[in-house]
Design a protein around this ligand. Structure first.
Ligand code: SF4
Length: 241
C-alpha cells in the first residue's frame, strides 16, 4: 500500500506530548482562509511513499520518543487518506508507539472510526463555533466537526482541542464564552489551546497564485491570546464538580 505525504518532521515538540515524529499527509477538503500549508490541499500532489518506507522512518525516531513521545499524523487532513492512515496507526501500535492524529474532524466514516481505535490522542482543531462563520472561514459545514467531537468523546479517546484566534473574527470574550459552552456540551478535553493567528503562510498562497482574503488582518497579539486563554480556562472550570 502507498500514500501521499507532504513532509515528515522528526523530533518536533509541539503536536502532542513529548518528542514527536510528525507525518504531514497530503490532501485536505477544507479551505481555511488562514491555512499556512495550502500546498497540502491537493491529494494528487505530494510524494508517494510505500507503507514500509514510512514505518522505517518512524522506527528510526523511536529511540528518541522516551516515555511520552510518539508519532503525530497531521496534514493537510490525515483522514483524507483513511486506509493508508489506518495501516500506519496499526504499525505504530504493534511497535508500542504512542499515536496522535491532528484533524479538523471533517470525516467520520467506518474507516475513520477504525483508525480511531488505534489513536491514543485526538488533536481537534475547531476553526469557529458558529455555523455560518465556520462555513465562511473553511468552506465546509461545522456539523461534521461537531459530530466527530461527539463521537471521540463517546469513545473516551483522549482529546485536545484547539482554535486559532484571528483578530476581528473570533477574539471577543463573548466568542470565548460560546466556545467554552460548545466544548462543555460535547466533550471533556484534557487540554484546550488557543493559538495566535499569524501571517507567515501568505507567501505560499502567493506562490500558488491563490487569493488570500485575510490580507488586512494583522498577527494576533500574544498577550491578548493569553488573556483569552485564561478567560476560557475560567469558563471551562465553572460548574465543574
Ligand atoms: S484544515 Fe488545516 S490543512 Fe486544511 S485548510 Fe484548514 S488549516 Fe489548511
Amino acid at each position: 500500500m502507498n500514500g501521499k505525504i507532504h513532509s515528515i518532521e522528526t523530533l518536533a515538540g509541539l503536536d502532542g506530548p513529548g518528542l514527536r515524529c510528525v507525518i504531514f499527509l497530503q490532501g485536505c477538503p477544507l479551505r481555511c482562509a488562514y491555512c499556512h500549508n495550502p500546498d497540502t490541499w491537493d491529494t494528487s500532489s505530494g510524494t508517494t511513499y510505500e507503507l514500509p518506507e514510512v514505518i522505517k522512518r518512524i522506527l528510526k525516531c523511536q529511540p528518541y520518543f522516551n516515555k511520552n513521545g510518539g508519532v503525530t499524523f497531521s496534514g493537510g487532513e490525515p483522514f483524507a487518506q483513511p486506509e493508508f492512515l489506518l495501516e500506519l496507526l496499526k504499525s505504530c501500535k504493534i511497535n508500542n508507539i504512542h499515536t496522535a492524529v491532528d484533524t479538523s474532524g471533517y470525516f467520520l466514516d467506518d474507516t475513520v472510526k477504525e483508525c480511531l481505535k488505534y489513536t491514543d490522542l485526538v488533536i481537534l482543531d475547531i476553526k469557529h463555533n458558529e455555523e455560518n462563520a465556520y462555513k465562511k472561514l473553511t468552506g465546509k459545514p461545522l456539523k461534521n466537526t461537531l459530530e466527530f467531537l461527539k463521537y471521540v468523546s463517546q469513545q473516551n479517546i483522549l482529546l485536545w482541542l484547539r482554535q486559532v484566534i484571528i483578530p476581528g473574527i473570533n477574539d471577543s470574550p463573548e466568542h470565548i464564552k460560546e466556545f467554552a459552552g460548545l466544548i462543555k456540551t460535547y466533550s471533556k478535553p484534557q487540554k484546550v489551546e488557543l493559538l495566535p493567528y499569524h501571517t507567515m503562510g501568505i507567501k505560499k498562497w502567493e506562490e500558488l497564485k491563490l487569493k488570500y482574503t485575510l490580507m488586512n488582518v494583522k498577527d494576533a497579539d500574544i498577550e491578548m491570546v493569553s488573556t483569552l486563554q485564561k478567560l476560557l480556562n475560567n469558563f471551562l472550570q465553572q460548574d465543574r464538580p
